[in-house]
Ligand binder design. Structure first.
Ligand code: SF4
Ligand code: SF4
Length: 88
């Protein structure tokens, strides 16, 4: 099962309950109240997650979080895994 549009593992987040977050795919806007370009783009294309996008991995997706020091590779791996599982 996919847990987010970008490959983040929302179900493993230790802060999810504490901050009242329902997880990426169950919320209209990111829990911080702003806008996530990846979530908006993915949902506007009516995709479950970015791994199903013909443009995967686009620059926006591949660079998401880099400025805050997050490694994008685990997210991209999760997206590939979710895509492979959905065609089994
Ligand atoms: S960064 Fe965007 S797409 Fe990824 S989990 Fe957060 S809201 Fe969803
Ligand atoms: S991979 Fe990029 S272009 Fe495709 S849905 Fe995700 S954010 Fe949008």
């Amino acid at each position: 099962m996919f847990e987010s549009r970008c490959g983040v593992l929302c179900n493993s987040c230790e802060r999810k309950a504490a901050v009242g977050c329902k997880g990426c795919v169950n919320m209209e806007k990111p829990f911080w109240g702003g806008e996530c370009g990846v979530k908006t783009c993915c949902e506007s294309r009516k995709l479950d997650h970015c791994g199903k996008c013909a443009d995967f991995p686009c620059d926006m997706l591949a660079n998401l979080g880099r400025e805050f020091g997050y490694d994008p590779l685990p997210r991209l791996d999760a997206l590939r895994k979710w895509s492979a599982e959905s065609v089994l």
